[in-house]
Design a protein around this ligand. Structure first.
Ligand SMILES: [Zn+2]
Length: 211
């Protein structure tokens, strides 16, 4: 697996609160329940930035892709389209499972296609006393960033941790996160964003009824 990258050069642009890269990836369509969802991946540069922020890509790999995009813009555009398709498939699957519904077949097919490709580009290698999964060079394809994301999603979907996946309680947010809190009562994507906003609303509502 790709390790978290401690050598980031740039300040992060994405708010990574999901606790799992596949959930953070789903959250890159912001304000999802509103009439006007906000696309945070409007071009391949942003997808690559997500890759660096989330530790999938090293700064050197990010630089590589920044240059490659200029040389092969159509290929990058196609990879971006594919990334968004995978993201929406993951969203549909996680929401279906969280609501105890059957995951849509089309979404499952899309995830499985990505998993298949990830499998073609990964192998078991020895590391220390144990073995680990390792992906081929991520610079070998514009799609390479999706391999660890698809794998992380599959691992989470097939693990008991799936029961800890929650959507933020704010009706306009619904960002997904893994609730690793002690009592499993976490309600908000982040207190700073949604939690405080809800608190302020409750405060004013109380003042209104009191006044
Ligand atoms: Zn939220």
């Amino acid at each position: 697996m790709t390790e978290a990258n401690p050598r980031k050069r740039r300040p992060p642009t994405f708010e990574l609160i999901g606790g799992n890269v596949c959930l953070d990836f789903i959250n890159t369509l912001d304000d999802r329940p509103s009439d006007q969802p906000k696309e945070l991946l409007t071009n391949y540069y942003e997808l690559a930035r997500f890759g660096e922020d989330s530790g999938i890509l090293t700064p050197e790999e990010l630089d590589f892709f920044y240059k490659r995009v200029q040389l092969a813009p159509d290929e990058a555009e196609e990879a971006l389209r594919r990334a968004r398709n995978l993201r929406e498939a993951l969203h549909d699957i996680f929401f279906a499972v969280m609501n105890k519904q059957k995951a849509p077949q089309l979404a499952m097919d899309q995830l499985n296609a990505n998993l298949h490709e990830a499998a073609l580009h990964s192998r078991l290698v020895q590391r220390g006393d144990g073995l680990e999964w390792r992906f081929d060079e991520l610079t070998s394809s514009f799609n390479a960033m999706l391999w660890p994301i698809a794998r992380a999603a599959a691992d989470l979907l097939a693990s008991p941790d799936l029961a800890q996946v929650r959507a933020c309680s704010s009706p306009t947010c619904q960002w997904l996160f893994l609730d690793t809190s002690k009592n499993h009562h976490r309600r908000w994507c982040s207190m700073k964003q949604c939690g405080n906003r809800a608190k302020v609303r409750r405060f004013y509502a109380r003042r209104k009824t009191a006044g």
